[in-house]
Design a protein around this ligand. Structure first.
Ligand SMILES: [Fe+2]
Length: 248
């Protein structure tokens, strides 16, 4: 499986507090059948603004530590960017870190309150720049829960949808669980992320079971592996090569 959303880099945001905890998170992921994790610390969220350089550096540090422990699950850089009015300007300045630094996929977190038209315009502007926006944990956003048709609008304008694994198991309450299941049954979900933080359970394996129950194994594999593998296919940075050199 590929985990497309996590807070596992040490002491970057409200995620892993140190390298030991980072390694523990990765070990748990590996034990659940996850072979690739995108590390996506918060950026532009009002509290945390992890920079591109810091994230890439922390990812290298964690990868080195994992190699020393012979853990083959790979950790690739990314960020969870809070949607704001400056996204396009910041992207054009080169300040946003895409998943795997490949320049193709951008993980975006919606604010609690947003103008749907403005978000759709931003999605189109990112598409014009060759990016695919991934809307993180849409099922946990109250505006989306109250107006599920927003998801169609985001997809129509060119975004893809990610849900949190724990939403399928009820960790974020019954409304998020219902919204997540509805998105799954409408074929709106592109990929899954653990969004792991300290104090939360790592739910990728449990979520996969739920997906198999809801959709069957083929479609569950699509969401947990084949779709997010497309994010890797786009990559031509040194990360893929470097990791292979180190770990295989
Ligand atoms: Fe997150």
């Amino acid at each position: 499986m590929i985990d497309t959303h996590s807070h596992i880099l040490p002491a970057m945001d409200d995620g892993a507090r140190d390298l030991t905890e980072s390694i523990e998170f990765v070990k748990t992921a590996a034990a659940q059948g996850v072979d690739t994790i995108f590390a996506t610390p918060h950026a532009f969220n009002g509290v945390f603004n992890c920079t591109k350089e810091n994230i890439i550096k922390a990812c290298d540090t964690l990868t080195e530590a994992l190699c020393k422990e012979s853990i083959l699950t790979r950790v690739l850089p990314g960020s969870e960017i809070r949607v704001n009015h400056d996204i396009i300007v910041e992207y054009d300045k080169g300040n946003l870190l895409t998943l795997n630094n490949s320049g193709s996929w951008l993980l975006l977190e919606l604010p609690d309150v947003f103008m749907a038209n403005a978000v759709c315009l931003m999605i189109r502007q990112l598409r014009e720049r060759g990016l695919t926006p991934i809307i993180a944990h849409a099922e946990r956003n109250l505006m989306v829960i109250n107006k599920p048709e927003l998801i169609n609008e985001f997809i129509y304008n060119g975004a893809v949808i990610q849900i949190t694994a724990g939403s399928l198991t009820g960790d974020f309450g019954k409304f998020s669980m219902k919204a997540a299941k509805a998105m799954v049954s409408r074929d709106q979900v592109f990929c899954l992320g653990s969004d792991i933080h300290p104090g939360r359970k790592y739910r990728m394996a449990d979520a996969k079971k739920k997906l198999i129950k809801l959709l069957g194994r083929t479609k569950a594999d699509l969401i947990t592996h084949e779709n997010p593998a497309a994010i890797l296919e786009d990559t031509n940075t040194f990360y893929k090569r470097e990791y292979r050199k180190k770990a295989y």
